[in-house]
Design a binder for this molecule. Sequence first.
Ligand code: CO
Ligand code: CO
Length: 306
Amino acid sequence: MVGIETSDDAAVYRISDEIALIQTVDFFTPVVDDPYTFGQIAAANALSDVYAMGGIPKIALNIVGFPNCLDPEILGEILAGGADKVREAGAVLTGGHSVQDDEPKYGLCVTGFVHPDKVLKNCGCRPGDALVLTKQIGSGIINTAVKADMASPESVREAVAVMTSLNAKAAAVMAKYPVNACTDVTGFGLLGHCMEMAKGSGVTFEIGVRNVSLIEGSAELAQMGLVPAGAYRNRSFTESGMTASGIEEYYLDLLHDPQTSGGLLISIPSEYLDAFTADLTSAGIGTEISVIGTVKEKEDVYIRLI
Ligand code: CO
Ligand code: CO
């Protein structure tokens, strides 16, 4: 039902009229120093693509690269972090595969299920939709600042809370509404993922940049130039399809900051917006919800920042 054509979050295969299988894989090198926290983040990130398709994760397999020279206890902690997140998601961890590697790497291959009529692609946005983001952004900038010893403890705590939190509760609320499209915000940054959705849907996104929720300190750090290289790659991807008059350069960097285990970006008919955001709030998702813009009929650009 979903293949690689529109760079969606996962593959979807119809098994019967009642059930479709969702398949995805994701793994990366450590983004934080603490091994248990890294395991949690990598697992939350991999599980997220199932939620972004409207599904529920059921089975997970570990993917591990680990150097011989490091204490195996570190690997034990990474795996414990991952296992705890898989358990929290209500899925089962059934094994995995490891190889010797120069640098630690960890992630999951995840299988989930969804009703074939409830599959959420990244390209179904319709004019009149509201755009809702379920986590604050800036984790890439905070991670970059950590390496330079420039991030405050509050910023680090908030970034870790954002990256380790599952998109499960937001996805459960989403399943009760006639949502038109969804993706999760990861490596392409907020505007990179907006660009994919708008292009795929043949619409224009009007984004109110000051409405986007930010991790404490990320704007100040972006202003100081603590921006990961990926943000500049993401900017070159959106450049030709976007107008951003009057928006400061550092703010554009921030909106293109590659996210690790970011929130869901949801396109929902505006008549449901108030009930939807109220439901998200009462579900206690633990991260900041922001209504970042609206979907318009296709203009000469795919994204217009205001
Ligand atoms: Co994704
Ligand atoms: Co992914």
